[in-house]
Design a protein around this ligand. Structure first.
Ligand code: MN
Length: 294
């Protein structure tokens, strides 16, 4: 018993036939540290005239974290940001008390490959002012034939520029050839690992693309054997103590806070969320709240 939990992906439809594989939250494990949501999009080659187009939708109480591997996506938000993200870059949007954004493939008929994550904000930050940051350059180095990119937190002597509100790690490990390497871990962190392409062996167990390995806490190192053309996303963090409520695009520390956010979005009153310029009326609506309200 090595304490590794194997989590299979499930398909989620972002609308307009855009299918992604969802790993977090899962019935077996809801979070890794404050990482509370993980979608793996692509790699997909859109046919001519097709692309990813996600209409205006709000967020509260979380940070959205986009790690782009292939393709080009335009982000627009209610703070007036209009930012193209390219491969090897991170977009980090802090929703705090509320923000709205749209995400669009730049050219239809393109290839897209990305990881879309959310980070739950701790109670003291859940109502912070919204913010958006684009990170075109991240710490990157080679080890044992693999290329490591630090997306979030600190690893060895490197610290990523992404602004966090709780102790987290995000590390991308990519290798063209087969290789073995040992990653250093913090025993106070819990970890999870997702092959984004290729496959690997971990503590004698084989994990394929889209099979998430939840590793728990208490490990000091992680020996990995990567097969050729493999890319792995390692997530870590101090276990998030406060229970959270997740519903649609909202994260909060009470159902009442979520219900209030949903009401304000549905009212169309822009005072909390603002508006994305040129959203062309593509406004996404939440399904009815899954619990009784009055
Ligand atoms: Mn979003």
């Amino acid at each position: 018993m090595n304490g590794i939990v194997r989590i299979s992906s499930r398909d989620a439809d972002l609308g307009d036939g855009m299918l992604v594989r969802r790993l977090l939250p899962s019935r077996l494990q809801r979070m890794v540290g404050a990482w509370c949501f993980l979608d793996h999009a692509g790699p997909v080659d859109f046919p001519a005239g097709k692309g990813m187009h996600v209409g205006a939708h709000p967020h509260v109480g979380l940070q959205t974290f986009t790690w782009l591997i292939e393709g080009e996506v335009m982000h627009r938000d209610s703070l007036g940001n209009e930012q193209l993200i390219r491969p090897g870059q991170v977009n980090l949007m802090t929703a705090g008390r509320g923000i709205v954004h749209t995400e669009d493939s730049v050219a239809d008929g393109q290839r897209l490959h990305a990881a879309q994550l959310w980070i739950a904000l701790p109670p003291e930050a859940e109502d912070c002012p919204p913010d958006f940051a684009h990170h075109p350059v991240l710490p990157q180095w080679q080890a044992h034939g693999a290329q490591l990119t630090l997306l979030a937190g600190t690893y060895g002597r490197a610290t990523a520029p992404t602004r966090l509100f709780s102790p987290l790690l995000g590390l991308d490990v990519a290798s063209d050839g087969a290789t073995a390497l040992k990653l250093e871990l913090d025993p106070d962190f819990e970890y999870g690992l997702l092959p984004l392409c290729g496959d690997l062996t971990l503590a004698g167990e084989h994990f394929h693309t889209d099979e998430f390995a939840y590793l728990g806490q208490g490990r000091r190192e992680l020996p990995l054997a990567l097969n050729a053309r493999t890319r792995v996303l390692l997530l870590g963090g101090r276990p998030f103590e406060q229970p959270i409520v997740m519903w649609w695009n909202f994260v909060g520390h009470s159902k009442a806070a979520i219900a209030a956010a949903q009401r304000e979005w549905e009212s169309g009153d822009g005072s909390r969320f603002g508006r994305v310029k040129h959203d062309e009326g593509r406004r996404l609506l939440a399904p009815p709240l899954p619990w009784a309200t009055r």
